[in-house]
Design a protein around this ligand. Structure first.
Ligand SMILES: [Zn+2]
Length: 130
């Protein structure tokens, strides 16, 4: 049977699910897929649906908990990774506030990190002074 091809981004999702399953002995939730790959949950859901439609994943009742890998593919059999990195979480040492930053855009990341540091300058300094 001719296997349908995956896009590189779909292969990222497949690879994430496969590696997560190998490490944890269960499949990730769509939230975990989204967080792990730095995509929004709707996008993750779309990729999962395509993987199901193309026969790479099986799914019961449209629930990720009822998901299984329908085919085992090695990295050599998959398209190259897109190399997208997951978001980086910044935490204020003072108040513990967190923000997620997307490292894909270097400029955007630095702007967000600066704004976060400015916003929390006072409580960060207070924490360091303790
Ligand atoms: Zn703070």
């Amino acid at each position: 049977m001719e296997q349908e091809r995956l896009t590189r981004r779909q292969a990222d999702v497949y690879r994430f699910i496969r590696d997560f399953a190998a490490a944890n002995r269960y499949l990730p939730s769509q939230r975990q897929i989204a967080d792990g790959l730095g995509m929004c949950p709707t996008t993750a859901r779309g990729h999962v649906c395509e993987l199901v439609r193309k026969g790479f994943l099986g799914m019961h009742h449209h629930e990720t908990r009822g998901m299984w890998l329908a085919v085992e593919l090695t990295d050599e059999q998959l398209p190259k990774p897109t190399g997208r990195r997951p978001p980086v979480e910044l935490t204020c040492p003072g108040c513990g506030a967190r923000v997620k930053a997307d490292p894909q855009s270097r400029e955007g990341f630095q702007r967000l990190a600066r704004a976060f540091q400015n916003e929390h300058a006072a409580c960060s300094a207070a924490a360091e002074g303790e």
